[in-house]
Design a protein around this ligand. Structure first.
Ligand SMILES: CC(C)(COP(=O)(O)OP(=O)(O)OC[C@H]1O[C@@H](n2cnc3c(N)ncnc32)[C@H](O)[C@@H]1OP(=O)(O)O)[C@@H](O)C(=O)NCCC(=O)NCCS
Length: 232
């Protein structure tokens, strides 16, 4: 798309909260923005996991990413976003037992999308997972382009076509190009998201420095051909 722009990524500070709320309103017109209470809770429980992307010259806010550490086995595979994030408060953050960095949010200011902001935020997240020697990053990728294909494809068929590069999804295609793969497809993930109709792909980036052979794979046979295999 557009040319890359200069971006600095740093940890989120309380002074960023009003700008994040404003950005949220611009990105998601149909859902409630992050509240100050939620953003303050993220900052209190896991400050290293919260990032903003800013313009290095002006300091203007360009994007944000919010994460927490979870013990994946505490959750059902079909868990909704609200469950993985304790209603958006991140009070379920579990750095003692958890080995999964859960990506709860990533967004770029609409007028700045396509210029490398999201890529810079993903890089910061990956570096955090590596620094903390976590096994993986997982997230629900809202299937933004599914709504327009819903009459002819099931969510799983849609995801397989995106993974094969036959369809473009504005969110999932971006994440696949950042080293993620799909391990599952879930419904009822997000409320108030007509574009995805609530469907999401469960995506994963594996930290190969710590992953064991049993950490690879997917339980979903339709996705099995498209997930990485451990090196022989
Ligand atoms: C997903 C998102 C964070 C990506 O951020 P971004 O700053 O646009 O990402 P980048 O500029 O680093 O990369 C964008 C990639 O998508 C491609 N792209 C294609 N059409 C695009 C569009 N209309 N807008 C943005 N990127 C587009 C770019 O070419 C680039 O491709 P690449 O993989 O070849 O590099 C951003 O689009 C966003 O905020 N979306 C809305 C919120 C959302 O859905 N978040 C995810 C929740 S699961």
């Amino acid at each position: 798309m557009g040319e890359k722009r200069p971006v600095t990524v740093r940890n989120t500070r309380p002074g960023d909260f009003p700008g994040i709320v404003e950005m949220c309103r611009a990105v998601y017109s149909t859902s409630r923005p992050w509240s100050f209470e939620q953003l303050a809770s993220h900052h209190a429980v896991f400050p290293e996991g919260q990032f903003v992307a800013v313009d290095p010259a002006s300091g203007a806010l360009l994007g944000m990413a919010a994460s927490l550490i979870i013990l994946w086995d505490d959750y059902e595979p079909q868990e909704a976003w609200r469950g993985f994030t304790a209603q958006g408060m991140f009070t379920n953050h579990d750095p003692v037992n958890g080995r999964t960095l859960y990506g709860a949010e990533v967004m770029a200011v609409p007028t700045e999308q396509g210029h490398g902001v999201g890529t810079a935020l993903y890089k910061a997240r990956r570096e955090l997972a590596e620094r903390l020697a976590l096994l993986r990053i997982r997230a629900g990728s809202r299937l933004r382009g599914y709504g327009v294909h819903a009459t002819e494809l099931t969510p799983l068929e849609y995801v397989v076509r995106v993974v094969r590069g036959e369809l473009y999804d504005p969110t999932l295609s971006f994440q696949l190009r950042r080293g993620f793969h799909v391990i599952d497809v879930v419904g009822g993930y997000l409320a108030h998201d007509p574009e995805s109709m609530g469907y999401a792909a469960t995506i994963q980036w594996l930290n190969v420095a710590v992953a064991k052979p049993e950490d690879y794979g997917t339980a979903n046979p339709a996705l099995a051909p498209y997930v990485p295999k451990p090196e022989a």
